[in-house]
Design a protein around this ligand. Structure first.
Ligand SMILES: [Zn+2]
Ligand SMILES: [Zn+2]
Length: 240
């Protein structure tokens, strides 16, 4: 599996860099995971967006869906034979209904009690703790696994869900000094999660705009111990 970071900021885009979006490719199958602000533009550097095979959305916050409407217009204009499948949860029917746009795109429900096969990938979902329903994803192909926490407060269930992953992508929106009630993890929680879950590698993502990224990386690494930590940047490609 090859995963490419298209955007990594939390909340809003900044200085030409967008919010959450990851392109997952293998066996000639292209999946876009989250479709944040600025993602469609960057995606088109890699492939024609109408060559996507599926989109999977973790939740319906704008920083994960802002470019969905224009992606749907792109598909409407292309007038393809088959609609683009867009996978989303149904805990919010208004937003789920908007995944279907005429014959261009089609909303497909996922849930957290059975896996969903999308092309060559098996997706498993875990409801996270966030102000709106959101789902972490465990993506498996053959022996390889990628886990994406999506947006979440730290909770113990993440450790089991991420167990042994080859790559863990975490919502690391805060430095370690930000504690207390919050809807994302800080560097300490991300690093500790990587260590407790025994993952092979961790990527910190969903980063804040106004904090030194090198410091976020160093803080996360301190808590992750021996587990190599990398930080997301636009265009970063990781082969798993
Ligand atoms: Zn977010
Ligand atoms: Zn969110």
């Amino acid at each position: 599996m090859l995963i490419t970071v298209l955007g990594f900021y939390g909340g809003y885009p900044h200085n030409g860099i967008g919010t959450s979006g990851y392109l997952l490719r293998d066996d000639n199958f292209n999946v876009l995971i989250d479709c944040g602000s600025g993602v469609l533009n960057v995606l088109s550097n890699y492939l024609d967006p109408t060559d996507l095979d599926a989109v999977v959305l973790s939740h319906y916050h704008h920083d994960h869906t802002a470019d969905l409407g224009v992606l749907q217009y792109n598909w409407l204009a292309a007038d393809k034979d088959q609609p683009l499948p867009i996978y989303g949860h149904t805990q919010d029917f208004v937003n789920f209904a908007q995944l279907t746009e005429g014959d261009a795109t089609k909303g497909i429900a996922y849930n957290d009690y059975e896996p969903t096969n999308i092309g060559p990938f098996k997706f498993e979902f875990l409801r996270t703790i966030h102000p709106v329903p959101a789902y972490a994803m465990r993506i498996t192909k053959g022996d390889e696994t990628i886990v994406y926490t999506a947006d979440t407060t730290y909770f113990d269930g993440l450790v089991d869900f991420a167990k042994g992953a080859d790559l863990l992508i975490t919502d690391t929106n805060f430095p370690e000094e930000v504690t207390g009630r919050k809807w994302h993890m800080n560097t300490k929680e991300s690093g500790t999660l990587a260590k407790d879950a025994g993952v092979k590698r961790m990527m910190i993502s969903h980063l804040p705009q106004n904090y030194k990224k090198q410091t976020l990386l160093e803080q996360s690494q301190k808590y992750a111990g021996d587990i190599p930590v990398i930080r997301a940047f636009q265009g970063l490609e990781v082969q798993v």
